[in-house]
Design a protein around this ligand. Sequence first.
Ligand code: MN
Length: 488
Amino acid sequence: MSEQLIDGQTGSWEIVVGLEIHAQAITQAKLFSGAATEFGAAANTQVSLVDAAMPGMLPVINMECVHQAIRSGLGLKAKINLHSVFDRKNYFYPDLPQGYQISQFKQPIIGEGCVSIETEEGGIKEIGVERLHLEQDAGKSVHDRHPRKTYIDLNRSGVGLMEIVSKPDIRSAEEAAAYVTKVRAILRYIGTCDGNMEEGSLRADVNVSVRRPGEDLGTRCEIKNVNSIRFVRMAVEIEARRQVDLIEAGGTVDQETRLFDPDRGETRTMRSKEEAHDYRYFPDPDLLPLEFDQALVDQLAAELPELPDEKYARFVANHGLSEYDARVLIDDRETADFFERTLTDGESKRDPKIAANWIVTELFGALNAADRSIQNSPISSAQLGGLLDLIADGTISGRIAKEVFTEMFNTGSDAGMIVKAKGLEQISDTGEIEAIIAKIIADSPDQADQYRSGNEKIAGWFVGQTMKASQGRANPGMVNKILKAKLK
Ligand code: MN
């Protein structure tokens, strides 16, 4: 159990969260028109007559959006409905010229599924998926261009969204964050949504309620359009606390839609919650029910890439990675691919555990410090593999390797070139190491006496002196062996 209890003045409360994620399907064209969907285009340059809701225009389903929804459904281990229906969800909004959104209400394209998340205690918890349906995005009202006017940008109007609705299985802010992270990873792996929350291509509506442990569900509030994982976590915490304080002060929670203000650290009422019947849903008479064959589903399933959970299991079982390393590496597909390329790029095969360790600690550390992602890492997987080869064959020590790594990161050079240019090859020549050690012992008779009279700890001092004298290049294993022999 990783449920998070909130301490109130009258005892503790349980948080219950359900999430609706709007994920923009990666497609060239919109859900019902051929207009482009590229982010950042000049306002109203990607608007067809359908998107602008000109009278008499007819929507035509974009099958690529359908394929993306099916792929996503498969990734969510969900039931794919071969028959689904598009409905009109009627409401007025200035940036929704149709006066309704085409969505799916009673018969969505995707039914129940599940997503597994890791709990804070390291266990696995299944979060139920209620459904995934296809619907149009609305346009955008722009309020900050003119003091007294609002502009409308319809570029986003009609873009295909996949709305993924979870069951109210989430019990903490951490679980909510883990769920969004996992759904985003799955969609990115499959290539159905880029998951870019800053650009709005993935956003979450967070439904929060509180109750006494074991009691029935409380009244929920929906916090709209939360656009980062951190904000999801904050919105759950802040809203749950608000509800507990409200109830304990003798009030009741009204079902309503709220917005989250991260600057002020609060949620505020947007509108009282409308019920489904307020929207007068009815099947869109311009569109036939959406039907396809199981053969299409089977074909898309066969083309699906390996998903995060399966990759995780394989990394642990086949590569022998620790659970921690495996989890970090599968977090996104690019990192997992980088890791596997590091094992095989170039001449030789490399030890997976050592490669994982270098990526998780050294490479991630350097990338974070430089504010870079693995996609634009200055060290390629082949170059990192080259560095690992030099350690494996004894050309350089692990300690020198860190120095070489930093140089590689800063310059983009190959490990071999840096080692050669700077003369960093490990000294594994017995005679050379013996000579260095002999001189140190001769120069330090007091310390040598101490060792001989039983103070074995001082051996470490000799190792340090030897490494220093060799500029870190002496083979540490050999130094230990030769020192022991010479000090006797
Ligand atoms: Mn929606």
